[in-house]
Design a protein around this ligand. Structure first.
Ligand SMILES: [Zn+2]
Length: 253
């Protein structure tokens, strides 16, 4: 038996029995981990607050090294991100982030950079009012940290630079295409050079200030289409939380 101490973010939690809960965490050093919290439903004061999805906590759990289910020993809250919970737009965005982590990250693989992305994105969501750049940043960086960064610098097939302002893109090849290659390959979408440049900026802008990166109205939709469709092409399905975000975005226009 080993005892693990790590900082973690709660991904999801559901009732296993009258008194126990099963909780998925994204941990700082051990990747995604599932723990059973015995008696968690009875000892409300001690556990409940720290086990809400999105809470940033100190976590202690134990179990054998290569098993897939651990036992929660203790948890206490570092940051609950309560501003996120008080605002529907922020709440659904946060739920979308943790849904994406749950769908794209495998259990038992240390993913310190992905943990850092999730923590910094929730911290930014807590403070920022401009949410669209943060959503797109999260999508494209999670893809990139998972090894699916699209090729945006040159044609993914022949390395030539794109010749026109509207750039063809292939999901199958995960990159942009030059004119010659686009004539013999299936094009899934085309986007402007401006959109390509914004997506590249999202890959290295400071998360804490990405809200300042206001997308021009005409490009916001195009950028969202590209980054979100990249997510869909890797997941092969839509996440339940995403339609809510789209609805909230339509209300705010
Ligand atoms: Zn080419």
């Amino acid at each position: 038996m080993a005892l693990y101490k790590t900082r973690a973010i709660v991904i999801k939690s559901f009732n296993l029995s009258e008194s126990d809960r099963l909780i998925t965490f994204m941990t700082e050093y051990h990747g995604k981990v599932k723990c059973v919290a015995k008696g968690a439903r009875k000892i409300k004061n001690r556990f409940w607050g720290a086990l809400e999805p999105m809470s940033f906590i100190n976590l202690i759990y134990f179990g054998k090294e290569h098993q897939s289910l651990f036992r929660l020993n203790n948890s206490d809250i570092i940051e609950s991100f309560h501003t996120i919970r008080d605002d529907f737009d922020k709440l659904y965005t946060g739920v979308y982030f943790i849904d994406l982590i749950d769908s794209m990250v495998l259990e038992g693989h240390p993913e310190k950079k992905i943990f850092g992305l999730l923590y910094q994105s929730l911290a930014a969501l807590d403070l920022q009012t401009e949410l669209e750049p943060l959503r797109r940043l999260f999508e494209i960086r999670l893809l990139s940290l998972s090894g699916y960064a699209p090729q945006l610098d040159h044609c993914v097939l022949c390395k030539n630079l794109p010749q026109y302002n509207m750039i063809p893109f292939s999901y199958a090849h995960n990159g942009i295409l030059c004119q010659t290659c686009s004539n013999r390959t299936r094009i899934d979408i085309q986007f402007s050079t401006g959109t390509k440049n914004y997506i590249k900026k999202l890959l290295d802008v400071d998360i804490r200030t990405c809200g300042r990166l206001k997308f021009p109205k005409t490009q916001a939709e195009e950028i969202g289409k590209v980054t979100h469709r990249l997510v869909l092409s890797h997941l092969g399905r839509e996440l339940k939380s995403y339609p809510f975000i789209k609805k909230m975005a339509e209300f705010s226009i």
